[in-house]
Design a protein around this ligand. Structure first.
Ligand code: CP
Ligand code: NVA
Length: 308
């Protein structure tokens, strides 16, 4: 069964909750090693994942590769520039060929329309490893991290600070599916995608946009930020200047709930969107979050390949 994972809504809220639980179980078995044999069921034995990269990556690349290995399968990396995609072979033809050779495709690309086209022409599942529009795999890891640090998702108070980017859009989507409150603090002109906001609100998530960083974090149990300038964005002095009031520093964290957790998908631009004091401080869970990419990506792979 080919299930594309282009956005979180492809799985839906109930499945997202099931994915988090499955990740918790598999992670626990791995931590209990050698008492328990982790992933002893090898559910993806004989399966191969092709990973196409049109942008840089450390975590997505390593976590999907490790996830496939741990589940009994394997992965191969295709740097787009050294493939025929880089010489103009169409997405549709690439999809047709890879569907005859591998069991699933993960792609990191720029224009979201490209992944939609790939999914349309591929007979095997296509997984979104980040586009300019969304980053759903990262958000599965983020939700897992929040849950394992003791929070239930429904009713949770989450704050996002800074640029309204691919991460923000997927977090907004999660607010709708898992019914939590998300306050997005960012400058005018850098808002997240309006369609994602409308869908999340219609699904029962509370999404509030504010230009006041303190209002965004007030009472938040989770504070999230990301780079001010995403891969492929022009950036520039004006863009960076507009982001300054939204830096997550100790003073801003103090306005959140006591013991609020700090998340960042990484890579971090230290002392830009977050200060060393916060990212290296006791409220930061960013290394758990990075590790959780492996555990979360296992759930995504298992769902896409019809094993969950
Ligand atoms: N967070 C994340 O997706 O990291 P990479 O860009 O290193 O894959
Ligand atoms: N918003 C960032 C996420 C990197 C993982 C980017 O797109 O560059």
């Amino acid at each position: 069964m080919a299930r594309d994972f282009l956005n979180l809504a492809d799985a839906g809220g109930d499945m997202l909750a099931a994915m988090i639980n499955d990740a918790i179980d598999r992670k626990a078995a791995r931590k209990a090693w050698p008492k328990a044999r982790p992933d002893a069921d090898a559910p993806l034995a004989g399966h191969v994942l092709a990973m196409i990269f049109e942008k840089n990556s450390t975590r997505t690349r390593v976590s999907f590769d490790m996830a496939m290995r741990q589940l009994g399968g394997s992965a191969l990396i295709m740097e787009a520039g050294s493939t025929q995609i880089g010489r103009g072979e169409t997405i549709a033809d690439t999809a047709r060929v890879l569907s005859r050779m591998v069991d699933a495709i993960m792609i990191r690309t720029d224009d979201h329309a490209k992944i939609e086209e790939l999914a349309h022409y591929a007979d095997v599942p296509v997984i979104n490893g980040l586009t300019d529009l969304s980053h759903p795999c990262q958000i599965v890891a983020d939700l897992l991290t929040i849950v394992e640090h003791g929070h239930a998702l429904p009713g949770l108070q989450v704050a996002w600070l800074g640029d309204g980017n691919n991460m923000t859009n997927s977090l907004i989507e999660a607010a709708g599916l898992m019914k939590f409150t998300l306050r997005v603090g960012g400058p005018a002109g850098y808002e997240p995608d309006a369609d994602f906001i409308a869908r999340a609100r219609a699904a029962g998530g509370e999404v509030i946009l504010t230009q006041d960083a303190r209002e965004a974090v007030a009472g938040a149990q989770v504070v999230v930020t990301d780079t001010w300038v995403s891969m492929g964005q022009a950036g520039g002095e004006q863009h960076v200047a507009a982001m300054q009031p939204y830096q997550v520093n100790a003073e801003l964290m103090a306005a959140a709930a006591p013991d609020a957790k700090f998340l960042h998908c990484l890579p971090a631009h230290r002392n830009e969107e977050v200060t060393d004091e916060v990212i290296d401080g006791p409220q930061s869970v960013v290394w758990d979050e990075a590790e959780n990419r492996i555990h979360a990506q296992k759930s995504v792979l298992l769902w896409s390949l019809g094993k969950l």
